[in-house]
Design a protein around this ligand. Structure first.
Ligand SMILES: Cc1cc2nc3c(=O)[nH]c(=O)nc-3n(C[C@H](O)[C@H](O)[C@H](O)COP(=O)(O)OP(=O)(O)OC[C@H]3O[C@@H](n4cnc5c(N)ncnc54)[C@H](O)[C@@H]3O)c2cc1C
Ligand SMILES: *[C@@H]1O[C@H](CO)[C@@H](O)[C@H](O)[C@H]1NC(C)=O
Ligand SMILES: *[C@@H]1O[C@H](CO)[C@@H](O)[C@H](O)[C@H]1NC(C)=O
Ligand SMILES: *[C@@H]1O[C@H](CO)[C@@H](O)[C@H](O)[C@H]1NC(C)=O
Ligand SMILES: *[C@@H]1O[C@H](CO)[C@@H](O)[C@H](O)[C@H]1NC(C)=O
Ligand SMILES: *[C@@H]1O[C@H](CO)[C@@H](O)[C@H](O)[C@H]1NC(C)=O
Length: 527
């Protein structure tokens, strides 16, 4: 009896090993060649396998996070840098034929590297060449391919007009494909909502290579799902049609920083009520980080209030003096500029930097990164805030960004898109930890600091579920591993999507019932 069992287990492991080893890069490439995507002589510049001298460059050009750029990071069998829609269908045919998983990469900014790494055999469909942007001022719309960056989008809009913009993220190298399909927030969120709130159309390819070129052909359900539900569970998004939003010719930006010794605690207390309720043309982000104190060896917290007002500096001062006089904002703190220049300001460029840097798709400063997120629904008391700042000093190296909601964000119902974090949220917390030293021990140390700070915040943030933002991808909150079940998916699904999770599962079960499109945090099919 026992012997038979051992024998069976042995057989099983042999067959598993064989089925895995069969699919190597050469096999994959042969399939691609057979499908006619690459000619046998390899001159089409579409499919890169590891033996190719350009493989590493092509794979790494959109890996901003060094945590997933190590020799030990699992590599794809190939990177397929598709050039047109029909090539995507061809690559998908090989995925079906060889049962190899697909990872879709646009900007590559996924915080857990899900767009370019996996623990099962996989290849990457790289949207790098899908970058066309077509701005139509008559209609006030634009089509943007999913492989374009938001920096390119901002640039193409500003090239034609300085009275329209688009509400999306702060970092110009973010890809449209991942950023929009997960929500997309930025400094105009309080006035215009998220990127997805301003999407009016899209196109998508299913696992059989069928192309749906517009909202009508894909249907309202699928169109709903890919506006915040993460498109990687549903297909390959070709691009989005967006509605541009009006911006004034001059906007105003400012930064004021105060340490705890300079009264930061009172200012943060006031910020909690001011930032989510003030004029929706105003967005004031709060950043908390550790700096040296006045005494040698002493550490303290610096609170930076960085703001933008969609209007001139006089109005900015009126609003600030009325709603947040404690900050004592002065005219000399304010800089008026075009909206496009404010994009550079928020991205950290010095004032006066030419806007052409927005066309730079390469990430300048690669770091090891980890992010976590939270939502705050009740203002934190002064006593608790004091404890939080002390904890930040104790934990060290973790920074926090507090991004205010309210305004338009509170008006959009939580089921209008899969992104559920709408009314009732004062602000979102982003926990940031970046480092530049390699090594497993170092990494473990940094990750544990981020988790410790997140753990400490438990009493002050949302609960049942403790909500998180999909685009701040965090595998700590749950992972379906190699095969996501409904039960497993519900763990992180409820956190990212709350009540919208069930509708996402329904849509997934109709449009991808074989669960072709999957990753560690994809939407599961209903069992
Ligand atoms: C430095 C940095 C700054 C950030 N700042 C902000 C910010 O200001 N605001 C904000 O909201 N978020 C921000 N984020 C988070 C960002 O929105 C997400 O990481 C987003 O998913 C990035 O999109 P991407 O195309 O660059 O990533 P990718 O890694 O390419 O993709 C992310 C996910 O989307 C999938 N995907 C990508 N393209 C497609 C496609 N065409 N079809 C289907 N699925 C696709 C991928 O498979 C993956 O699951 C930031 C991230 C970083 C690293
Ligand atoms: C590498 O792959 C590219 C894309 O398929 C191809 O154009 C190139 O000829 C290959 N180079 C080598 C040395 O195989
Ligand atoms: C896509 O590109 C391939 C070259 O790889 C070409 O043969 C094919 O005609 C193109 N298809 C379309 C629809 O443009
Ligand atoms: C599945 O995931 C685990 C890690 O969770 C990994 O060790 C394993 O190799 C993966 N691959 C397969 C084919 O199961
Ligand atoms: C812009 O849209 C209008 C109205 O749909 C259309 O007539 C016009 O041709 C478009 N312009 C460009 C440059 O595509
Ligand atoms: C902070 O103080 C430490 C010594 O305690 C010093 O090494 C470091 O350079 C200081 N940092 C800054 C930004 O001044």
């Amino acid at each position: 009896m026992e012997n038979i069992l051992v024998f069976c287990l042995l057989l099983l492991s042999v067959s598993v090993a064989t089925s895995q080893s069969v699919i190597d890069s050469a096999t994959f490439l042969r399939c691609i060649v057979r499908q006619g995507l690459n000619p046998p002589d390899q001159t089409s510049e579409v499919t890169y396998i590891p033996t190719n001298s350009s493989f590493a460059t092509v794979l790494r050009r959109r890996i901003p996070n060094l945590r997933f750029d190590k020799p030990t990071t699992p590599k794809p069998l190939a990177v397929v840098t598709v050039k047109n829609w029909s090539q995507i269908g061809t690559a998908l045919a090989c995925s079906r034929e060889l049962s190899v998983q697909v990872r879709i990469r646009s900007g590559g900014h996924d915080f857990e590297g899900l767009s370019y790494t996996s623990t099962v055999p996989f290849f990457v469909i790289d949207m790098f060449s899908f970058r066309s942007i077509d701005v139509n001022l008559t209609e006030g719309t634009a089509w943007v391919d999913s492989g374009a960056t938001i920096g390119e989008l901002y640039y193409r809009i500003a090239e034609k007009t300085n009275v329209f913009g688009f509400p999306a993220g702060l970092t110009p190298t973010l890809g449209v494909g991942g950023h929009f399909s997960g929500g997309g927030y930025g400094t105009m969120m309080r006035k215009y909502g998220l990127s997805v709130d301003n999407v009016v159309g899209s196109g998508i390819i299913d696992s059989n290579g069928n192309i749906y070129t517009d909202r009508v052909s894909m249907g309202e359900d699928l169109f709903w799902a890919i506006r915040g539900g993460g498109a990687a569970s549903f297909g390959i998004v070709l691009g989005y049609r967006i509605r541009l939003v009006p911006v004034p010719e001059r906007v105003t930006v400012f930064t004021v920083g105060k340490t705890v010794g300079e009264g930061a605690l009172d200012l943060i207390m006031k910020w909690q009520s001011f930032a989510p309720s003030t004029d929706r043309n105003m967005f004031v982000k709060l950043s908390l980080k550790i700096v040296n104190g006045t005494k040698p060896g002493e550490k303290t917290v610096l609170a930076s209030f960085t703001g933008i007002y969609l209007g001139g500096s006089s109005k900015t001062l009126n609003v600030m003096n009325r709603d947040f006089p404690e900050l004592k904002l002065k005219r000399t703190d304010c800089t008026e500029m075009r909206w496009i220049d404010s994009v550079l300001f928020w991205a950290g460029y010095p004032i006066g930097t030419p806007t052409s840097v927005l066309l730079d798709t390469a990430v300048a400063n690669k770091l090891f990164m980890k992010r976590k997120s939270d939502y705050v629904k009740r203002a934190i008391s002064r006593t608790d805030l004091d404890l939080i700042l002390k904890k930040l000093v104790q934990v060290e190296k973790v920074e926090m960004n507090w991004n205010p909601y309210g305004g338009r964000m509170g008006e959009i119902t939580s089921s209008r898109t899969p992104f559920p974090h709408r009314a009732g949220n004062l602000f979102n917390i982003e926990y940031l930890i970046d480092w530049s030293e390699a090594g497993d021990a170092v990494e473990k140390d940094y990750l544990s600091r981020a988790r410790e700070m997140h753990g400490f915040m438990t009493p002050y943030v949302s609960s049942n579920p403790r909500e998180a933002y999909l685009n701040y991808r965090d595998l700590d909150i749950g992972s379906g591993g190699n095969s996501t079940t409904y039960e497993g998916g519900k763990v992180y699904g409820a956190i990212y999507f709350k009540d919208n999770f069930e509708r996402l599962v329904n849509i997934k079960s109709i449009y991808d019932e074989i669960n072709f499109w999957r990753n560690e945090q994809s939407i599961p099919v209903r069992k």
